[in-house]
Write a protein that binds this ligand. Structure first.
Ligand code: G3H
Length: 489
């Protein structure tokens, strides 16, 4: 086991002498599921969290600290140094990704490589932004040099499903724009930071990044209550976001950058290419066992093709291989959250009571701490799975007669991230797209929903997001536009 005692505080790797929290893996070599002890991390308390806060506040020093006033070139050098060191941790981090959250080997490698690429592209984006910023605009005899300046101290919380990539898609732009950052990792996917601590410590000046290990209520709550945080940046659920926001003594002064829940639908029109729709809906709804905010979480299929779609889709789901993340061709893997299979079972039972059936042969089979994806049909509004973001292996399907039915449902939904639309006839599809972009923020034509490529804006309407992420958007989200105006030539 990896018993990690080190933590990063005020530019130093310190040894934690207090309580620790065990980290378990959902991967088990035994036939009967028994959580494997992977290691432990510091369980920081309020006093340690406030020490970290003090370090971040001092390093920012109301915008007068070394980091927020540092020259662009020097900040870039720090970030470049970090990437070089990060690359050397690939094997160790990928291995921990598999053990800690059960992500398959190819997906774990992809997550690592995508993160490295993300940081490199962000450095380039930052260079571009500054080149443009150095341009003088002259209006009515006044020269204005446009800049982007930091916001302050950022509290940043990452999710368990992309503990590296999504977390870093907040952390890296926040740092490079000159803010100082307090970062709290999720409960699962926390040990994988251990190999990166040294890289953080040796690349950035003290206080630029402080890492908080521990429970949210013990470390994040007192930091919010202090009122010294300028930005709350989180990818996760709205309940945590609201609870943290409410702790801030002056909510109006807090900028939010949030990636939250979604219930992305697929809409399959009568003329859709069914093979394509089936394979996109499989990866869309079940890659990483459905634990993605961008996953397809409800499928609307036109009644005229429902029988055929359901048959092909169910057969393909039943053929998916379950196993450990490093096994070849494995698609479904053990779930990191111990309570998740019971929750999925509850959704299935509730749907059955309200009139749905499991239409695939293996749906609901339990394997250790896993539940095989259940394809549920027909879904109606009385069911919990119609409303709740399942974030796991269950796929609800319902039919529609008139396209207005899924559109009305989307309009009434609390969420508005993305939609997948499957159909061929451009005269039907084109006007539909004009409506769909007013209901969500990304329309995927004949393809499943996803966040990437990372240069594309990532956001949502209603309860799905606040602010926009992407290589370029995040640099803007974590900064404010400022300028120097002068009458001199
Ligand atoms: O959990 C939500 C992630 O943003 C999903 O990202 O579409 O790249 O898998 P992805």
């Amino acid at each position: 086991p990896l018993h990690q005692k080190e933590y990063l505080l005020n530019g130093e790797l310190k040894i934690w002498k207090g309580e620790t929290a065990n980290v378990f893996s959902s991967i088990s070599s035994t036939e009967i599921y028994a959580p494997t002890l992977l290691g432990s991390v510091p369980n920081m308390n309020e006093a340690a969290a406030l020490e970290a806060l003090n370090s971040s506040v001092k390093a920012y020093n109301n915008g007068q600290g070394d980091w927020p006033t540092m020259k662009v070139q020097d900040r870039i050098k720090c970030m470049e140094k970090f990437v070089v060191q990060m690359k050397a941790t690939r094997n160790e981090v990928v291995n921990l990704l598999m053990w800690e959250i059960g992500k398959t080997l190819p997906d774990s490698q992809k997550e690592f490589d995508r993160t490295v690429e993300y940081i490199e592209d962000t450095i380039q984006g930052y260079k571009d932004l500054n080149q443009k910023g150095n341009r003088f605009n002259t209006v009515q005899g006044i020269n204005a040099m446009i800049k982007r300046s930091p916001l302050g101290v950022v509290l940043c919380l990452g999710p368990y499903n992309y503990p590296l990539n999504e977390t870093f898609s907040l952390l890296i732009p926040a740092i490079i724009m000159g803010n100082t950052v307090l970062f709290k990792p999720a409960k699962f996917g926390v040990l994988l930071l251990a190999p990166l601590l040294k890289a953080f410590q040796s690349s950035f000046p003290k206080g630029v990044i402080n890492i908080l290990y521990g429970r949210g209520r013990e470390v994040a709550a007192p930091i919010m209550q202090s009122g010294l945080v300028t930005v709350l940046s989180l990818i996760g659920n709205s309940k945590s976001a609201i609870a943290l926001q409410d702790l801030h003594p002056n909510k109006n002064k807090l900028r939010l950058i949030l990636g939250l829940e979604a219930k992305n639908p697929a809409i399959i029109l009568p003329d859709a290419n069914l093979d394509l729709a089936v394979s996109e809906c499989i990866s869309g709804s079940l890659s990483f066992n459905g634990q993605r905010c961008t996953a397809l979480k409800i499928i609307y299929v036109h009644e005229s093709i429902a029988a055929e779609f359901n048959k092909r889709f169910s057969e393909k789901v039943d053929a998916l291989k379950f196993g450990n993340p490093w096994e070849e061709n494995v698609f479904l893997t053990p779930l990191p959250e111990p309570d998740k299979p019971n929750y999925i079972q509850e959704l299935i039972d509730d749907a059955k009571v309200n009139g749905a059936s499991i239409i695939n042969k293996r749906g609901g089979e339990r394997m250790d701490n896993y539940i095989f994806p259940a394809v549920l049909f027909p879904i109606n509004k009385k069911m919990r799975v119609y409303h709740e973001e399942q974030f796991g292996p269950v796929v609800p399907i319902l039919t529609f007669k008139d396209i207005q039915e899924p559109l009305d449902d989307m309009a009434a939904s609390d969420y508005g991230q993305q939609v997948s639309l499957f159909g061929k006839d451009i005269t039907t599809v084109a006007p539909l797209i004009d409506v769909l972009v007013n209901l969500v923020c990304r329309v995927n034509l004949n393809s499943s929903c996803q966040r990437g490529p990372d240069v594309f804006p990532f956001t949502g309407r209603k309860d799905s997001a606040v602010g926009t992420l992407s290589i370029h958007d995040a640099l803007r989200s974590f900064s404010i536009r400022t300028f120097v105006a002068s009458k001199d030539n």
